[in-house]
Design a protein around this ligand. Structure first.
Ligand code: BYC
Length: 475
């Protein structure tokens, strides 16, 4: 049995017996999934210094305590309602937002909630071995913080499914625990969530690039006319910021350490010296960025046009856009393949209606944001007196979804034949040798105040605590 107090919430759970029963039925399955597919080797004994959301006000969502992971209080929170909130875009613009799911949009909304929900447990599954390879207790704690919050985001979507989508919603909630990352029989829905996260460089790149897709997708769902979805996503975005901090500063610290070792030994070749060479960091960046671009769907999509017109999914910062918020007569340039008279394909752009180009609009915002990280990492290189620079690969590079899925391209955006791609892809994407080397560095450091040699310590601890704080109390 669960009690409403065991699930911190602001959705009136204790006064909604039907919903409480549905969640009571789901909760033991969730805990079983968490034990089977969540952090391996760190379940029952260790006390972790985590942040638990106990309410949506600033003091309530940053409440720190030591918990054993399966006893984390996964709560259900919606941001406070906005009085007289109106739909901000699409055909129903200006109407009051919906507190229930309109029948005609039920399937589409359910699909959006399920796709979003599917990514959350997927990332926990992908990261489940990392605790055994962690560079410090500080990092271990951050990993677990990310994991429990992804678990909470799953709860957030399961709440919506149970509360608003009836029997079908309950069935979808079961399926969210049944699909698994990388499973051959029942994989996760989106490509990036079936990739492995076998080492901490992958983890930092994932939390930088893939969690950032989460930020942008949640930002569009926050605009939704379906108010419970909007309020849920608004609150999830607060937690998402910590995940991206982990990614941004994680890559900072890897680059920092590499620069130090390069300087110490006056060499670019730090491979044998316990640091991660810059070309390997670039390859990991190339991989995680390109698979994250795939998460935006095709450059043109009638799905997204329909979502927008119906008011289900808006644009990033919709209310700051200076247009009619309907877009029926607007156009946008999108990346595309063009074909010349001889049937030769080349990488170019084409103009399409703004509505079908909305995935591109969002992806553009995302790319501009990603540039910020690269700039920051290059500043570390510059300040360290190193001449090499990192960069984002071209949008056509290594794509499996959208216009460029049909071709191969270099990181500079030059279209190349498939055979050349086969020959050269190891120059641009992590090879088995690169991955084995990075894996070889992942010897766990579980002593308080100590850190692995391939990464620099963080500048700041968590919640004002020092780096050598007892972030995970190992039993
Ligand atoms: N892999 O019309 P299109 C996060 C499918 S991350 C496999 O262009 P649409 C998090 C697509 O379903 C954020 N299949 O796509 C991060 C469609 O299938 P059908 C997650 C893909 O619908 C880190 C077909 O291809 N949230 O929160 O415009 C840790 C044609 O696609 C993929 C969301 O994604 C793919 N990558 O846009 C934890 C928000 N991409 O119709 C968490 C909800 C597309 O032919 N989802 N397909 O059967 C959406 O808004 C949309 O579904 C998408 C796709 C943006 C994903």
């Amino acid at each position: 049995m669960i009690s409403a107090e065991r699930i911190p919430n602001n959705v009136g759970l204790s006064s909604n017996k039907r919903l409480q029963r549905a969640l009571e039925h789901w909760q033991p399955k969730y805990i079983q999934w968490w034990k089977d597919m969540g952090p391996q080797g760190f379940q029952d004994y260790h006390q972790v210094y985590v942040r638990t959301a106990v309410s949506v006000d600033p003091s309530g969502w940053a409440h720190f305590e030591y918990v054993k992971l399966p006893e984390y209080r996964w709560g259900i929170f919606l941001a406070d309602p906005v009085h007289d909130r109106r739909i901000g875009f699409g055909d129903f613009m200006g109407n009051p937002v919906w507190q229930e799911v309109p029948g005609e949009f039920r399937n589409q909304l359910r699909r959006l909630v399920v796709t979003q929900g599917d990514t959350e447990p997927a990332s926990v599954e992908q990261q489940r071995w990392l605790g055994q390879r962690c560079p410090s207790l500080y990092d271990l704690r951050n990993l677990f913080q990310v994991n429990v919050e992804e678990g909470r985001h799953l709860w957030a979507m399961v709440y919506l499914l149970h509360a608003y989508f009836g029997r079908e919603g309950r069935e979808e909630a079961e399926e969210l625990l049944h699909r698994n990352s990388g499973s051959l029989d029942s994989p996760r829905i989106l490509g990036a969530f079936n990739e492995e996260t076998p080492d901490w460089l992958s983890f930092f790149m994932f939390t930088y690039f893939t969690d950032r897709d989460g930020k942008y997708q949640l930002g569009t769902l926050k605009e939704s006319a379906f108010d419970p979805l909007s309020r849920t996503c608004e609150f999830m975005l607060k937690e998402e910021a910590h995940h991206m901090m982990v990614g941004t500063t994680g890559v900072d610290r890897v680059v920092q350490r590499t620069v130090e070792v390069m300087r110490e030994h006056d060499t670019d070749d730090v491979g044998g010296l316990g640091a991660i060479p810059l070309p390997v960091i670039q390859k990991y960046l190339n991989f995680h960025y390109s698979v994250s671009l795939d998460l935006f769907g095709g450059e043109t999509s009638t799905n997204v046009a329909n979502y927008y017109t119906a008011g289900l999914k808006g644009r990033w910062l919709e209310d700051r856009r200076k247009d009619d918020h309907k877009l029926t007569s607007d156009a946008i340039m999108v990346d595309a393949l063009s074909e010349d008279a001889n049937g030769e394909l080349s990488i170019g752009q084409t103009e399409v209606s703004a509505l079908v180009g909305l995935n591109t609009d969002l992806r553009r915002e995302y790319i501009a944001d990603c540039q910020g990280g690269v700039k920051r990492w290059n500043r570390i290189l510059e300040e360290g007196g190193v001449r090499q620079r990192l960069k984002l690969p071209h949008v056509a590079f290594n794509r499996k979804v959208g216009a460029f899925a049909a071709i191969e391209a270099t990181p500079d955006g030059e279209k190349i034949p498939a055979q050349e791609w086969e020959r050269r892809q190891g120059d641009w994407l992590p090879t088995d040798v690169d991955k084995t080397y990075v894996r070889s560095l992942m010897q766990p450091v579980h002593q308080r105040g100590k850190i692995a040699a391939w990464i620099a310590p963080p500048r700041n601890g968590i919640n004002g605590q020092p780096f050598d704080y007892d972030y995970v109390h190992l039993a």
